[in-house]
Design a binder for this molecule. Sequence first.
Ligand code: FAQ
Length: 343
Amino acid sequence: MYTQSFNVPDDAGDAKTARLKAVPGPVDAAEAALQAHFDTVIDADHKVEPRDWMPEAYRKTLVRQISQHAHSEIVGMLPEGNWISRAPSLKRKAILIAKVQDEGGHGLYLYSAAETLGTSRDQMLDGLHSGKAKYSSIFNYPTLNWADVGVIGWLVDGAAIMNQIPLCRCSYGPYARAMIRVCKEESFHQRQGYEALLVMMQGTAEQKAMVQDAVNRYWWKCLAMFGPPDADSPNSVQGMRWGIKRISNDDLRQKFVDATVPQAEVLGVTLPDPDLKWNEARGHYDYGQIDWDEFWATVNGNGPMNKERLATRVKAHEQGAWVRDAALAHARKQQQRQQKEAA
Ligand code: FAQ
């Protein structure tokens, strides 16, 4: 459903570049030469690899974005994981288990990609568990009924793919390569959600009402997932100059709205926005105002489920300590055995 973004032109135009954040310049001639080479790589749209020299600000930005992304994947397992024991059939249960497991896998690819930048998994997890690191706002809302699981697949995974397809062309090689596999899997997640909703929409009046209720609760939160409007997005312009971000927050949001409206029509649900209408002149759907105060309250830890999500994550980490200890002990034993055999 979402493959169109691989070849959209980049949008790093002059007006936006004028708002570039200040990044410290090179300190000496040797560093200036390294910086010049890095700029050439970026301008030629080649990949930066872990062993290449890169400006500290580029490294920091990537660690920030990739680790937040990894945290989102593993915290994102919780709202749907909550429904595994209550899935309405064996088929839906098997699909949901596989999906939630995939999200855990995405977290692992992304933590591994961030580790290539010199940060450790422990450091990243400390950031998450202490509440210092961000993760996607969308996972701080409750999953109240079974239709929420379908809507997360359709809309949350749908928004995630829209944002992630351009990341397959990110300038940092390990992140770009991780995103290719992630996007393929997310595409199945999106379709399974949509298919589950299609089935419910052919069911009873109560089932249809459940779907509409879930859409009503999730629509606006999904639009906010793309991040603040471009004018209020402090990281966007530099991220685009570096080829990390390829399409701006607002442009991705618009692409998501345009792609989703026809899907809602096929499904037979109403998107809860009286201002949503086709604008012939723009060639896009117009849509209403997003509640940014609510978004920032959620991002800053005060959403309906922030405390519970974090507490569940911390508990899972603590209770999983014995698994990590056992894996390390096993690795040590294997290493000793190999050393003995080699001696
Ligand atoms: N939630 O200047 P910008 C998924 C923060 S994966 C929380 O625009 P940037 C899979 C932002 O970090 C979903 N915080 O920032 C799945 C920054 O704060 P900072 C996650 C947000 O980086 C599906 C500040 O606001 N995807 O769903 C959010 O240029 C189903 C200013 O914003 C990714 O992480 C938000 N929604 O653009 C799993 C994709 N938006 O760090 C389970 C990779 C913004 O300066 C079930 N990330 N902020 O303190 C990105 O593409 C970018 O980082 C953006 C934000 C677009 C999220």
